[in-house]
Write a protein that binds this ligand. Sequence first.
Ligand code: UD1
Length: 361
Amino acid sequence: MRILYVVGTRPNFVKTAPVIGALRERLPEGRHALVHTGQHYDRMMSAVFLEELGVPAPDHMLEVGSGSHAEQTARVMERLEPVLAEERPDLVVVPGDVNSTMAAAITAAKMQLPVAHIESGLRSFDRTMPEELNRIATDHLSEYLFIHSPEANDNLHAEGIPAERVHLVGNTMIDTLVALEGRFRAASAAATLGVEPGAYVLVTLHRPALVDGPLLPKTIAQLAALAREMPVVFPVHPRTRARMEVVEAEHPGLLLSEPLGYIDFLSLLADAGAVLTDSGGIQEETTFLGIPCFTLRANTERPITVTAGTNTLLGLDPTAISTIPTALSQRPAMPPEPPPLWDGHASERIADIVASSGRSG
Ligand code: UD1
């Protein structure tokens, strides 16, 4: 069997690495070709992740870089088509909801190549988010929809996707976290930064709705106020860094850093007193680790992190940051109880399904 994996951004690497590992183990005679679109390209956004995750060097680098949505999507499609023609895979595996994901799914489906989507079925019901459009298009073009929470099943059913394509396998991002646990627990990134475990807030912000418009200066001002109560550690995404420079945001008291590698980031996450984010994956990682998470968004495509996890939706409202210290002081101590199948074995379930379909086909 010939399998081709298409990745492009930080979270893609994390979600796909264990699936490549499990499928290589299950199908050692198969061809496992990795395509890196180059949507993320800085060393700290890309190469560091592949190294830490033990992913072999990509077989094809598309080097699409940054651009408008149409430019980035079009470049992936244009550069992936000849790779697919050369590799003729039996299956094209795509993770998540970024532009690279959707572009790869469209290109493969048009060439009559079956697509498998990791992290399928999530919906924010907010079509102003580029990721929502990417998810919908990718799901409707996929033969295998691998989901990690029951509501994904409901979402796909409501859109008329046949049930036999949908497989509840669990969370491959959590597979990676489990596999790296020994390393990130030993990393002591908090000590390196001079902050005390359990006593700081870790912040990540990168969504256009928050950082590309007038909310960014208000958010930074609120973070500076929070930093007067507890240390605020903020590794800054390049999109956010660029916008902060444009608006000349003052950030007194914030511990800013460049983007971190995944081991250091997970170390800081696991030791945080709380996390403030607009990321999707971090809502899941904090749920698994039992760390309180405050999400600065109007909605989430991951409601299970609110109903069964540690996540609180603050709304797209920077002033809500001021409620975090009180919310933390009133929060009862709870042992983490991850959702079903967030157990470190999702990728093996995917490999079982793919390998058995390969035999029958
Ligand atoms: C993308 C995804 C988003 C995901 C995020 C994870 C889409 C539409 N968005 O957002 O869903 O949550 O990745 O991080 O696919 N840049 C660099 N160096 C890099 C990469 C980006 O400097 O290595 C800068 C560039 O100025 C670029 C900007 O960041 O224009 C945005 O990058 P892009 O990949 O378009 O979107 P993200 O905000 O990273």
